[in-house]
Design a protein around this ligand. Structure first.
Ligand SMILES: O=C(O)c1ccccc1NCC(=O)[C@H](O)[C@H](O)COP(=O)(O)O
Length: 214
């Protein structure tokens, strides 16, 4: 098993490049003015140009208008969209891109409802529910409430950091994780050591082999 990893809220080229070198599968760029990690189109273009191909670039939006998202898509080559607001499924699916829908989890019903509604989402992302905030809170939710089987691919998120990631994966059986503030030294400024510690911690789940034998 290899844990798929996204690090969200990149604002600096050096952080995105370092994450890619560590083997992170995806990076998140936040296009939401209410976030301390919000990037301009120019910043996003610079980051995308600087990272290796095959690292998935995810653009994150919160209750943006369709034309605002189209404008970003015309200028920044995003591979995937992530919606963190109150967007319905019809809205999410209109952009000809795979999408992730964030679900702020308070109880198991939130998970089941989202799975029934966002039927074409590439994945659901389960995050903590913090009043008045849409994400990037550093708070976790009770991983025990995740159902043992779920019909949709899903991503574990919310308050994940090097210190708790192994326990979080063991408790939730997550195959994919999304981490933001847990690998930062300040909002939008990633910490190389923390990113390295995170990837090193999850490497215990890795089944990738470097055996060169034929
Ligand atoms: O990070 C933000 O500032 C943010 C703001 C508004 C909506 C979403 C935001 N981040 C989204 C993410 O994908 C985060 O990785 C996720 O919410 C978990 O954050 P954290 O608990 O800090 O790891």
């Amino acid at each position: 098993m290899n844990i798929r990893t996204k690090i969200c809220g990149m604002t600096r080229v050096e952080d995105a490049q370092f994450a890619a070198q560590l083997g992170v599968d995806a990076i998140g760029l936040i296009f939401f003015a209410g976030s301390k990690r919000c990037v301009t189109i120019g910043q996003a273009q610079t980051i995308v140009r600087a990272i290796a191909p095959f690292v998935t670039v995810v653009g994150l939006f919160v209750n943006a208008r369709a034309d605002e998202i189209e404008d970003v898509l015309a200028k920044v080559p995003l591979d995937m969209l992530q919606f963190h607001g109150d967007e319905n499924a019809e809205f999410c699916r209109q952009f000809q891109r795979p999408y992730i829908k964030a679900v702020r989890v308070q109880n198991r019903g939130d998970i089941e409802t989202a799975a029934a509604v966002y039927t074409d989402a590439r994945a659901l992302l389960f995050d903590a529910a913090v009043s008045g905030q849409y994400g990037g809170t550093g708070q976790s939710f009770d991983w025990q409430i995740l159902p043992s089987t779920l019909v949709r691919p899903w991503v574990l998120s919310g308050g994940l950091k090097p210190e708790n990631i192994v326990s979080a994966i063991r408790q939730s059986n997550a195959l994919a994780i999304d981490v933001c503030s847990g690998v930062e030294q300040a909002p939008g400024v990633k910490d190389k050591q923390k990113m390295q510690d995170l990837m090193s911690a999850i490497s215990i789940f890795s089944t990738r082999s470097v055996d060169s034998g034929c």
